[in-house]
Design a protein around this ligand. Structure first.
Ligand code: FMN
Length: 374
């Protein structure tokens, strides 16, 4: 059934297909919840972890950007996700960029998007979450600023305070490549002021994570910008990192240049960014160590990708683009594949495999920075 549905959806425009897919999912969740649980459900206690005091039944999460407005929270649990990240949400309703703004690169099994953070706004998302039935997985909420707002820090703070009661963790999205001015907070002095305001107001009620942009090349060497961001985040008491967001460049694609030129700007996601995302996870882990759990995201499309991302240092994972191409069965396949890999390698828990791939110690030494839990 999955493959027929996927073929039909691929014949439609990407944004329309997304909306149609959401409507089908919403209906299925109401009409056939038991069927969904039976078809997609699979848990094994070897995948369970407690991180930031939260119980994660498995490491596979839904990445930010898919369910921006918290429409389908119980559905994602029925598909077998171990957590979801709602958003990014902006304080007020925001239309995002003009269409077309979402493109499939079928040959690369990738996506380019320049949605520009469309959001129904924090009030509506808070209202929706307040009415959502309880789920047995953590709900993270990603917050972002409205493009062009003159009071970005105030926006972030207001958005966060409205959503805080419904969040198990918060992610600050400072790395969206699709807004003209949205990257400002990657500059350490601006990040400093933002975190000053935000972390103070959260005052330890929920863990706060920061989402980083991918590096420019798959070979992450000493990177002063990333180091400055990490150092600032750790100093302010950020609790972990989401690594990584979409990429601005077009590295590693087989799609022809003319098609890419026709598409224009936007963030690239899917398998072409996987090598960089893994390296970035490895780099961040080698800089900040195991006290700052990392959610690894970027091009994960198979159990092997997931396993290697965990070995690189990710405690948790998120997927989006692969779900579009492979369909909802992917979550179960990944979990089964992870269990099989853990057991055949003699590991008793998922924790024991995190960060077991060789690190990038020499690069961490180069930074000369010292990170300790805030
Ligand atoms: C259509 C689309 C919209 C996205 N919107 C957001 C967003 O609002 N906030 C965010 O932090 N990341 C957003 N992302 C980035 C994803 O969360 C993820 O970091 C990225 O797609 C890499 O993972 P993937 O290769 O598994 O898709 C978006 C990605 C896509 C494809």
């Amino acid at each position: 059934m999955d493959s027929i549905l996927m073929r039909r959806l691929f014949g439609l425009g990407p944004e329309f297909a997304h909306r149609l897919g959401f409507s089908a999912a919403w209906l299925a969740d109401r009409l056939i919840p038991a069927y969904l649980e039976k078809t997609y459900g699979f848990e094994d206690s070897i995948l369970h972890q407690q991180i930031w005091g939260l119980e994660f039944p498995n490491p596979i999460g839904l990445a930010a950007g898919c369910d921006k407005n918290a429409l389908l929270v119980p559905f994602w649990e029925r598909l077998g996700f171990g957590h979801i990240e709602v958003g990014s949400v902006t304080v007020n309703r925001s239309a995002g960029n003009a269409r077309p703004r979402l493109f499939r690169l079928q040959e690369d099994r990738a996506i380019i998007n320049r949605l520009g953070l469309p959001s129904k706004g924090s009030n509506l998302v808070a209202q929706r979450l307040s009415r959502t039935s309880a789920v047995n997985m953590p709900i993270g909420i990603s917050i972002a600023r409205v493009e062009g707002s003159a009071s970005a820090i105030k926006d972030y703070c207001q958005c966060m305070m409205r959503l805080l009661p419904y969040a198990d963790y918060l992610t600050i999205n400072i790395s969206c490549p699709n807004t003209v001015d949205g990257k400002n907070f990657e500059a350490p002095e601006h990040l400093d002021s933002l975190l000053d305001a935000l972390i103070d107001q959260v005052s330890g009620r929920v863990p706060v994570l920061m989402k980083l942009a991918p590096p420019d090349t798959p070979k992450v060497v000493y990177d002063s910008q990333t180091d400055a961001i990490l150092e600032t985040a750790v100093r302010h008491g950020v609790n972990g990192f989401v690594v990584t967001n979409t990429a601005k460049d077009r590295l590693g694609l087989v799609t022809d240049k003319e098609s890419l030129q026709e598409i224009g700007d936007g963030g690239l996601s899917g398998p072409p960014i996987y090598p960089r995302a893994v390296q970035m996870v490895r780099y961040v882990r080698s800089c900040v160590g195991p006290d700052y759990p990392i959610i690894g995201v970027g091009g994960i499309s198979s159990a092997e990708d997931a396993y290697q991302m965990i070995r690189a240092g990710a405690s948790l994972l998120q997927i989006y683009t692969a779900l579009v191409y492979e369909g909802p069965k992917l979550v179960q396949h990944m979990k089964r594949g992870l269990v099989q890999r853990l057991k055949s390698s003699g590991y008793a828990s998922i924790e024991s495999v995190i960060g077991t791939a060789p690190g990038i110690g020499e690069y961490a030494d180069l930074t000369g920075l010292s990170f300790s839990p805030g």
